[in-house]
Design a protein around this ligand. Structure first.
Ligand SMILES: [Zn+2]
Length: 152
């Protein structure tokens, strides 16, 4: 076992409740699960970085996202191993590994191993869309659209 990363963002549950929407709070702070195929990012292929919706820590990159057809955004690896922490979760009568944001300890989803997906790690980080915010790489605005022609 390696040392667990240190938590850097600490807020009270009341503060989280004020900052997050009820839906975000239910997943991030109460380890809820959004319904499959309903989240914002399950079928997203945009290039960019997925941040923690609670604290903004960068968690996953789009180049590690793959089509698992499970109804949730799926990644084969986090952006960096120290960005997430793992907790054994024995609820629902299953042994699962919960994935949390290392910075603020918010619930992200679960990681599953050995499912046979054609990915470099054989891991599936099954993450709730509502736990993340996608920041596309190309955020520059197209300046040509409304610009006036140059004066002679
Ligand atoms: Zn976080």
């Amino acid at each position: 076992m390696t040392d667990q990363p240190t938590r850097t963002v600490t807020r009270s549950e009341d503060e989280w409740r004020r900052e997050l929407t009820p839906e975000e709070f239910a997943v991030l702070r109460r380890a809820g699960t959004e319904r499959p195929y309903t989240g914002e990012y399950w079928d997203t292929h945009t290039t960019g970085v997925y941040q923690c919706r609670a604290c903004g820590a960068e968690l996953f990159r789009s180049d590690a996202k793959f089509d698992s057809h499970c109804g949730w955004p799926s990644f084969f690896a986090p952006l960096a191993e120290e960005r997430v922490r793992y907790i054994r979760d024995a609820t629902l009568g299953m042994e699962r590994i919960e994935v949390r944001c290392a910075a603020c300890d918010s619930h992200l989803g679960h990681v599953f191993e050995g499912e046979g997906y054609d990915t470099p790690t054989d891991l599936r980080y099954c993450i709730n869309s509502i736990s993340m915010r996608l920041v596309p790489d190309d955020t520059t605005v197209d300046g040509d659209a409304g610009s006036a022609p140059a004066a002679p």
